[in-house]
Design a protein around this ligand. Sequence first.
Ligand code: NAD
Length: 247
Amino acid sequence: MGAYSGKNVVITGGSSGIGFGIAQLLADGGARVMITGRSQSTLDAACEQLGENTVAVRSDVAALPDLDALADRVEDEFGTLDGLFVNAGITRTMPFAATVETEYDELFAINVKGAFFTVQKLAPLLNAGAGVVLTTSVANVMGMAEAGVYSAGKAALRSMTRSLARELLAQGVRVNAVSPGPVDTGTLENTMTAAEAAQFKAERVAENPMRRFGTPAEIATAAAFLAFDATYTTGAELVVDGGATQL
Ligand code: NAD
């Protein structure tokens, strides 16, 4: 019997990075895990690593028909849910003056609208006692250069955590947020040159009280705590950032 045996969970963006870390922790602990993402090959590879209790579903959080289909799939596979990790998100850095409408819209469509409707579509399947955990970011309380749109989106998620927590209270469902500091998941290299990414990482390490990045496993531990152990906690945000925004 693992710590999460008997739990059915969905992790959006569970095929890589932080979401994969959450999936790994819960699958190893005996949960039945459904991960979503946009790339079938990445999902297949993740599913193979996670083992037989994992199902991978290709689903774009920004497309409402995909979320409807995801809800149907959850109902077919699991019936109901005990944990929902609203983790899918993209990171973009762009100077305020050079930001164009399409970049703004894409960030909000995935990181904000996607999160809101993920919870809305899957909420009817959540058991009493279930936990929802949204992945926000320390960017939501900082004035980070070139991250205005991303940070505003994460601040919207922080706010949404409180209002969704209020609305789902009647259903016996808690809603909290985990707020990661810097975690090296390889995503910086997708949006920056290797040299820019190396410089960015060196700066984050130098300014962090613990002088290092966090790991997906460390974020996963906090997320699982919020979902399953923090039974008197709702509407809260747990910061996991090596003390960067606290000390
Ligand atoms: P990642 O790129 O490794 O993971 C993101 C996941 O989201 C992937 O599985 C990807 O397929 C999925 N995804 C992206 N767009 C999607 C869409 N439209 N529909 C469905 N899935 C989609 O990056 P990560 O660093 O692990 O990020 C996970 C979350 O953590 C994000 O919400 C991110 O904003 C947040 N975060 C990351 C850091 C960090 O330093 N890595 C810090 C704070 C917050």
